[in-house]
Design a protein around this ligand. Structure first.
Ligand code: ZN
Ligand code: ZN
Length: 414
């Protein structure tokens, strides 16, 4: 791939991110976070597109992931509750005092924290979750238009394509990103609009069914999850509280809703490894009773999983269930991405922890107590893990107990 053609693809990508993902409107300030220094060629294109769309100001918070390793290895043992609170306050200022949009770029090294002290990592994650809470809440209530996209980081590309030399691996990962985000199409924005309509129709059909619960059956899985009164099936597009219609994930293939925090029973097995905070959790199973996790087991990373669910009460319960056919364009690529933005769009998934207010009718107006009483979940965490496969059957269970197929062999049954 020549540099010029790659740069031209980055420009097309940036345009779609700004116009479909964020749908930046004139006068907005854009905050870009999570960008590695190596993503500068992309972030500069995004800034250009954002200004072209009328953005007033673009702020980029670069993150050098090597600094995290350096800190864990060299900082004093009692220093890990230290957190750059100014970043959170700065973002809150932009959100509360003006018209802001938030972009997050995934593409970090999935193995970044491999071999480092798990106690220290746990402490850092606690500090991160605690201090990040005000921003997490803004996002989970769609206070602003926001979007998560990916960029082909070097270490990530090598993890996905370990047999290729770095440059080829990175080119191949960029190609996967461009294809799954429709940037390879002649008119990516038009292709996105078509895709958004198709997903919306799927969500509308699930909404019309008003199921009371779903039952999942697959090897290692026999699991029933309740859907509370007023649950809303959501797909690609949402309207933020600031009035902007946006697409939160690129790529996206899912339709998702709110599970009832009090009704989840049985065992569910993960079908993909979970890359969580720089560690991989593999081959794991989770048992639920009355909505609560009662047991976890994992071939690899069990201690990390135990720590995750011990974060707070809500980390033992579910906050999202999402349906994705096993034939999704991302699944069809036939390999793992070790990155939730991609892997969750290759498979049905569920999330431990915080639920999205907008998946419950009137959820935005409820306080935490009211939201949890209605079946919603509140937690510092929101961690998606993949459970779908071509062996997965899902039934919809109506309020009167009658059942009908929703998915068969991993595909939509209607
Ligand atoms: Zn999801
Ligand atoms: Zn999720």
């Amino acid at each position: 791939m020549s540099d010029t053609s790659h740069q031209a693809m980055l420009a097309k990508y940036a345009e779609a991110v700004v116009n479909v993902g964020l749908n930046i409107r004139a006068g907005q300030r854009l905050i870009i976070r999570g960008a590695l220094p190596q993503f500068a060629p992309l972030t500069r294109e995004i800034a250009k597109s954002a200004y072209k769309a009328g953005a007033k100001y673009v702020e980029i918070l670069f993150a050098d992931e090597e600094m995290t390793r350096i800190r864990i290895q060299h900082a004093p043992a009692d220093s890990f509750d230290e957190f750059p609170v100014w970043q959170v306050q700065g973002m809150l200022n932009l959100i509360e005092e003006g018209d802001a949009a938030m972009l997050s770029i995934a593409g970090a090294n999935p193995d970044l924290l491999n071999g480092l002290d798990i106690e220290i990592i746990g402490k850092m994650q606690q500090a991160q979750l605690k201090n990040w809470k005000p921003i997490g809440e803004k996002i989970s209530s769609n206070a602003v238009n926001w979007c998560v996209i990916a960029a082909a980081g070097e270490a990530w590309a090598q993890k996905v394509f370990p047999d290729l030399p770095l440059e080829e691996a990175q080119a191949k990962l960029w190609q996967a990103i461009f294809e799954t985000t429709r940037i390879d199409r002649p008119d990516p924005v038009a292709a996105w609009n078509e895709h958004i309509v198709a997903l919306h129709e799927r969500a509308a059909r699930m909404q019309a069914k008003q199921y009371s619960a779903l039952h999942y059956a697959a090897p290692g899985t026999d699991f029933t999850v309740g859907l509370p009164q007023g649950h809303l099936w959501i797909s690609a597009q949402s309207v933020a509280q600031n009035g902007v219609t946006f697409t939160a994930n690129m790529p996206t293939e899912e339709v998702f809703t709110l599970p009832d925090r009090f009704r989840a029973d049985g065992v569910i097995s993960a079908t993909f490894p979970l890359s969580y905070g720089g560690s991989l959790i593999e081959d794991f199973q989770i048992r639920f009773e009355n909505g609560q996790i009662t047991k976890v087991s994992a071939k690899k990373g069990e201690a990390v999983l135990e720590k995750l669910i011990a974060t707070d009460e809500g980390s033992r319960r579910l906050g999202e269930i999402a349906l994705v056919p096993a034939s999704s364009p991302i699944a069809k690529r036939g390999h793992l991405f070790y990155n939730t933005l991609f892997d969750e769009n290759a498979s049905c998934h569920i999330a431990i922890g915080r639920a999205y207010r907008f998946t419950l009718e009137g959820g935005d107006a409820l306080n935490d107590e009211e939201f949890t009483a209605a079946g919603g979940n509140v937690s510092l965490n929101h961690v998606d893990f993949m459970v779908g496969s071509p062996q997965m059957d899902i039934d919809g269970i109506a309020a009167d107990g009658t059942r009908e197929p929703v998915m068969r062999g991993g595909e939509w049954a209607f």
